[in-house]
Design a binder for this molecule. Structure first.
Ligand SMILES: [Zn+2]
Length: 455
């Protein structure tokens, strides 16, 4: 107990110091310090929670889904601790818990909502002992381009096999990789999936990476494709198919990046969040909230006033123009944000930002798996930006997209965008993680946006 208190104090002091020195949100340093003093600190803090924890993993959508779940719990009067600022490693979760601990070393919250990267899931489940664990999807990420997905899937399966007594696993039935994990578990998870062929594609995007049956290797037949390789699928040999969802979203209406509407088990839900990929996040959040006892009608009422997280469809106004910032960090994610911007929002003006720092992935060849062809003849202004703007410019050229000169300086990229965007019009900024941080820092410097750890 003394050790726990010492670890909390040391971690909190480190957190204060790093905020004073303007290292900004998302730091994991307090977590590192506290864990060095007490390696079991996260377990001890998690035990202080009144109701327990929810752990969220998957390649895309973790932050938005965690934010949705937190928002639902908070609206029901619960105190929620969550690792919000993109620090989704276990150190970030520890740092978040420390931040909310009192001087006595006790964590003062009712629920923990933690986004955890896929590879850290076994450790997170072991340390946090969550009441619900949510697996959103498994796409090939920019960080593990060369096929670590098999071992990650095994790790997730192992973590889900050792959930504490009475805990729920909530899984996306539409993702063949997640389904394979869930079908191998010793219990039946809660499955969710989309069910509206009117918004489905018939064929996989060319970058889709889960095309074959995990049992026999045959090409899967997709009766509907929603996002990436997520859809309604079956093996022609009959040994593998999409599990029957327990919760399904039907009657889906999409309105650009503005809003979406869907019906889950008879409850109509509408919220100011756009894109088909967010239908999955909303359905996933609903499934988790429902599994811990929140009422459907309460969920629907509360979600009407939801606000997106940093860089996830954040809106910024500047000199009468509207700017929509959308994080786009891997092929599946970028395909969906471009598709939403072009098809649904009818966007014509873009900054596309690509960096190659550690958090973005140092190998940028994944941009060749993004269907930038969607922008051809439909976008009016496309500015390749970020540290690797020149690579992006080459990719756009091959996609037949007429682009402006590449611009590595975020301020200059914004200037070109503003110059080419009429008053009252909307422009879209689609960026990898640190490229978005750079653009946002420039917006903050100009007074157009709030520092992100204050939003
Ligand atoms: Zn098969």
């Amino acid at each position: 107990m003394i050790r726990k208190t010492a670890a909390v104090w040391a971690g909190k002091a480190t957190g204060t110091l790093s905020r004073v020195t303007r290292r900004g949100g998302g730091t994991t340093l307090p977590g590192d310090v506290a864990r060095a003093i007490d390696p079991k600190i996260l377990t001890r803090l998690a035990q202080d929670l009144t109701y327990g924890s929810i752990v969220i993993t998957g390649t895309n959508g973790k932050t938005t889904t965690a934010r949705l779940v937190s928002y639902l719990l908070e609206g029901a009067g619960h105190r929620v601790v969550s690792n919000r600022a993109g620090a989704n490693l276990i150190f970030g979760a520890t740092a978040a818990a420390l931040d909310r601990a009192g001087a006595d070393g006790r964590l003062r919250a009712d629920w923990g909502v933690f986004e955890i990267d896929e590879a850290s899931l076994p450790r997170a489940v072991d340390e946090i002992q969550p009441r619900a664990t949510l697996v959103l999807n498994l796409f090939r990420d920019q960080l593990d381009r060369y096929g670590e997905l098999e071992s990650i899937a095994k790790k997730i399966e192992q973590a889900l096999s050792t959930l504490p007594e009475g805990a729920r696993a909530v899984l996306n039935a539409d993702d063949p990789r997640v389904a394979e994990i869930g079908l191998g578990l010793p219990y039946r998870p809660l499955w969710y999936g989309l069910d509206d062929v009117s918004i489905a594609a018939k064929t996989l995007p060319h970058a889709a990476d889960a095309r074959t049956c995990p049992r026999c290797g045959a090409s899967l037949i997709f009766d509907a494709v929603y996002v990436g390789h997520d859809g309604v699928y079956r093996c022609p040999n009959g040994d593998f198919a999409r599990p029957e969802p327990d919760l399904r979203a039907t009657d889906i209406k999409l309105n650009g990046f503005e809003s979406l509407a869907l019906t889950i088990a008879g409850t109509r839900i509408e919220l100011p969040l756009g894109g088909l990929y967010n239908c999955y996040n909303v359905l996933a959040a609903y499934a988790v909230a429902y599994s811990v006892g929140l009422e459907p009608q309460y969920i629907a009422d509360r979600l009407k006033t939801f606000k997106p997280a940093f860089g996830r469809q954040e809106r910024v106004e500047f000199r009468g123009r509207h700017l929509v910032l959308v994080l786009s960090k891997n092929p599946a994610g970028f395909n969906e944000t471009v598709r939403t911007a072009v098809d649904l929002a009818k966007g014509t003006n873009y900054i596309l930002g690509l960096n190659d720092r550690k958090a973005d992935g140092t190998d940028v060849s994944w941009i060749w798996d993004v269907d930038f062809e969607q922008l051809k003849d439909r976008a009016r202004v496309v500015i390749p930006a970020g540290v690797r703007a020149h690579d992006l410019a080459v990719r756009l050229k091959y996609a037949g997209v007429k682009a402006e000169a590449p611009e590595t300086d975020p301020g200059k990229a914004l200037d070109v965008l503003i110059k080419n965007t009429d008053e009252g019009d909307t422009a879209y900024v689609l960026c990898t993680y640190t490229a978005m941080l750079d653009i946002r820092a420039e917006l903050v410097r100009r007074g157009w946006a709030q520092p992100y750890w204050e939003t």
